[in-house]
Write a protein that binds this ligand. Sequence first.
Ligand code: SF4
Ligand code: FES
Length: 545
Amino acid sequence: MPTMEVDGKKITWEGRKMILQACLDQGVTLPHYCYHQGLSIVASCRICLVEVETPNPKDPSQLMKIPKLVPACQTPAADGMKVHSKSPKAISNQKAVMEFLLINHPLDCPVCDQAGECYLQDYSYQYGRAESRFEEDKAKKPKKDIGPHVLLYSDRCIMCTRCVRFTREISGTGELAVFGRGFREEIDVFQGRALDNPLSGNVVDICPVGALLDKDFLFTQRVWFLQQTPSISPFTSGGENIFIEHTQGRVYRIKPRFNKDINQWWISDDVRYGWKFIHQNRLRTPLSRRPGAAVEPTWDQAIGRLEQIFKKAVTETGPGSIALVFSPFDATEEMFLAAKWIRGLDPQAWLTLNPPPIVGQDQVFKNPSTGAVNYVLRAEKAPNRRGAEKVLAYFGGHTCTLTELGTKIKAGQMAAALVIADPFAQHDAWLGELMSGLENLAVLSTRPDGLVERAAVSLPVCTWAEKDGVFENHAGRIQPFQKAIAPLEGTRSAGEVFWDLLSETGVYSAATVRATMAQAGLSEYAEITMPRRGKQVELMQFAEL
Ligand code: SF4
Ligand code: FES
């Protein structure tokens, strides 16, 4: 394996890599602004210039110094090379670049949303000068609203062109460009256009300074208070890897988490901005609608009532008269427990899946020059259809479609059904109509929807951000997600509900259920471990990942 020495540290790599990338892969950081692993290399910011000694082609035992500084982001690493980023010449360049960038940059860190995750702020501590020698007036540039999600603060821009390359190479929409020359140079959208592609929020992540800001997050929280929890997107079947960023029990934003095989560095705006339902319109207490019974029973009373309804239905109407409707938004472990419970009551109980919503067709974003696929925005807007299908196949026997279940209800063949409702309202009207003839409807829901209104008993459950579990994406990849915040007061996870109904001992844990599933023959659940939990938002997390 080729080896080079960077500031005295040995760096190894495989294949063809630039010096900077080889260093980043090994956790060694060199300053950089314009370089991003997911974009083409332009080597325009010049902060990464290093001194290089390279083996003499005529006598490889001898090193020869390249007379000029070279950009680490654009110079291929070579076996036997020595790289110096802390030599007097390299440091003098870093200071000069920082001084140049700060000439026109406003000193507004206290009110800038990027403070705490800004390359300019951090590099000015690490590589900059203590004082500015610039005595003229700074160039003033405007703030602009350039799209539904993004604001541009032009005077904070350092012209790295990451955002421009993103719209050309990743989203392929090309809304952004560089206009003007010299100190009047500015990033802007073309006249009459807006930055409104389905991946637009990613430009905020890759902007190294506070020039592109997220309207949704603007002035809501300082980033150093945020905790990161690794998770999986619950909004599409893509299985995008994300971080939920939160503090004090409240989610503030969602950021992409690098996964080379799934979403690389990117997420769609659907995934980025879809999380608001966690804190809005939540069902907070169990409800019972039996005449004479408590309208808001305790959890124990509500679980007792649910059990009583289903046991009575089996006793009075016979086998095959109760049903369970899975949600493709639920964790696989929870569906496994739910199916185990209902099949324990009646081995002929019907199992079915509320089908995932489909919106249009898959949207494929390709690099216009290379044709490489950057991102696929899935039309299927639910995270775990595959998990639900796997549980259905495992339990087998009486399974049917939701429409078939509706027909059975209309024909008076069903006595009771339990629906695990979706967190969104896509199928509400249809489900309500299908269940309308059913006297004993039980619902587990995150929100007080139409189904809850007609249910004999409803239990308030938590969202994916408030529990652990696994989702299986469209391609069959099983990925775990972690609880980011405590469940809303009064709610429990669906897993805990079925754990209680099954009278299992000990505290419910998704890991214990996975172990049971593995023992039961679903071996793919044996080795799943949760990703490492983040501590705090870290500088350059998106560039280095
Ligand atoms: S707006 Fe941000 S990403 Fe775009 S060129 Fe300026 S500094 Fe770079
Ligand atoms: S990161 Fe190398 S020149 Fe910008």
